[in-house]
Design a protein around this ligand. Structure first.
Ligand code: SAM
Length: 250
């Protein structure tokens, strides 16, 4: 049995793309236990059995997931999209269970085209079932964000103005490849108009994170684009970035 198969024997990892499992196994030098621990930290910790079974209502799904449970989605989307201009589509990268908030998004933007990319296959299935039962013009697909070409291909097909969500995903990407987020944001900025980034203000253990940890990201964004909004809401810092405006004159 290959190391990837061995790691994926645990149900919680069975729906992950092989490319992600392989990346983690490489980092952890093929140690199965350590690889699973790292995967659990960024891909599994949010997935309780209740989410896996997928038998909950949309609001219950949002309330069960670590990243979304503190959000007041009506206020969250209202603040993000207030005076933001025309939006043709929303592309939610590393979406987790966020698709279950489509109804709130719809209240803000009308029947907006929504597409999510998420590594955890089990979640994708549940969210798509929810979309089709409600008749929403939305879908989520299984994918690995490290496959940048694939992400660009998907972005290219979406309607302008394209707004990309990167909600609480930077830490996961950085944990597998340091400084990847900067390259990633530069690449995807070629195929979208705005990027909304959310960063947890508190760490998983509840301790306040040092502001300096984010400095590299904020500096990078300021150097390359225009940060249109920067606010805190319910334990998250939200940055709305216009990637078509170069802010600094060198
Ligand atoms: C902290 S959760 C945030 C979920 C959601 N964006 C939110 O804020 O509600 C991080 C999500 O990113 C996904 N993710 C992390 N790395 C990924 C990758 N390389 N490709 C696809 N999804 C990824 C994880 O599976 C997880 O669902």
């Amino acid at each position: 049995m290959s190391i990837i198969e061995e790691i994926k024997k645990k149900r919680e990892f069975s729906g992950l793309p092989d490319s992600i499992v392989e990346r983690v196994a490489d980092i952890k030098k093929d140690d199965v236990k350590e690889s699973r621990a790292l995967l659990r930290k960024y891909f599994g910790v949010f997935l309780t059995n209740r989410i896996f079974k997928g038998k909950l209502l949309a609001d219950e799904m949002l309330a069960t997931h670590m990243s979304s449970k503190k959000r007041d989605y009506a206020e969250f989307y209202e603040k993000i999209f207030f005076e933001i201009g025309n939006v043709g589509s929303v592309i939610d990268l590393g979406c987790g269970v966020n698709g279950f908030s489509y109804n709130y998004l719809r209240k803000e933007l009308g029947n907006i085209n929504y597409i999510g990319i998420e590594a955890t296959g089990q979640l994708v299935e549940h969210i798509n079932k929810y979309f089709s039962s409600e008749g929403f013009s939305a879908k989520v697909i299984v994918g690995d964000l490290f496959n940048v070409e694939n992400v660009l291909k998907i972005l290219r097909k979406q309607k302008k103005e394209r707004v990309v969500f990167l909600f609480q995903v930077v830490d996961a990407l950085e944990s597998l490849e340091r400084d990847f987020s900067k390259k990633f944001i530069l690449e995807i900025s070629k195929e979208c108009e705005k990027i909304v980034i959310s960063l947890p203000i508190e760490s998983l253990g509840g301790r306040k994170k040092f502001e300096v940890q984010r400095k590299w990201l904020i500096d990078f964004l300021e150097d390359n684009f225009k940060i249109e909004k920067d606010f805190e809401i319910n334990g998250e810092r939200i940055l709305v970035v216009d990637v078509k405006v170069k802010n600094k004159v060198p």
